[in-house]
Design a protein around this ligand. Structure first.
Ligand SMILES: [Zn+2]
Length: 201
């Protein structure tokens, strides 16, 4: 029986790099994948996945709109292009809970494994809806670790503006001048995005 995997992290943990490696491994075995990404994340340009360290950018097979029925999307793709061996999702935190349930259906009824990569929590320390649904429903949940500047595990994807940690605001901000950095819970609470004496840039 195919499984739903959720691999989550704070930012900068190499999620995209690992996703592209998994995709490469399938292709090397002449198996077919479907690479999906919610459209609202425009960090890398629409429809592109670019690993932070090295590697070439890859174009996704389909952009997922908030209302996209993923089970229908997968069925339509198989009708035109044949059997699928794996569904890969980047930035899975932006999926709706309903889309996560559709992906579970793809695993359970089409018997295709689903690997979703995303952030656990937003800059306020709250679960993204897509991540909450994946935490609840995925068969396998795996953490990709990244560290704060202090060396502790980073758990928060902190939003930084004018050198300071932001604690309030909309969950998704597109086109603003804010930046994000992975911090441990303590340095997030203390508003210390960089070591004492250093400057955030
Ligand atoms: Zn820290």
């Amino acid at each position: 029986m195919a499984k739903v995997y959720f691999r989550y992290a704070a930012m900068n943990a190499g999620k995209s790099t690992q996703l592209l490696q998994v995709r490469h491994n399938y292709h090397e075995r002449h198996q077919r994948t479907l690479l999906l990404k919610p459209e609202l994340d425009d960090r890398d340009g629409v429809g592109l996945i670019r690993p932070r360290i090295g590697g070439l950018e890859v174009r996704v097979d389909a952009l997922v709109q908030p209302g996209t029925d993923l089970r229908a999307l997968v069925e339509a793709d198989m009708k035109t292009s044949g059997r699928l061996d794996c569904i890969l999702i980047d930035e899975a935190q932006f999926l709706s809970p309903q889309q996560v349930r559709q992906l579970c259906d793809v695993a359970d009824f089409q018997d295709i494994p689903v690997m979703a990569y995303g952030l656990r929590a937003d800059f306020r320390g709250e679960l993204f809806p897509g991540s909450a649904a994946l935490m609840a429903l995925a068969d396998a949940i795996e953490e990709l670790k990244t560290i704060c500047w202090c060396g502790r595990k980073a758990t928060v994807n902190a939003r930084i503006q004018d050198g300071h940690v932001q604690y309030e605001g909309p969950q998704i901000l597109i086109g603003g001048n804010e930046a994000y950095t992975a911090l441990c819970r303590k340095h997030w609470r203390l508003d210390q995005p960089v070591p004492p004496g250093a400057r955030f840039d």
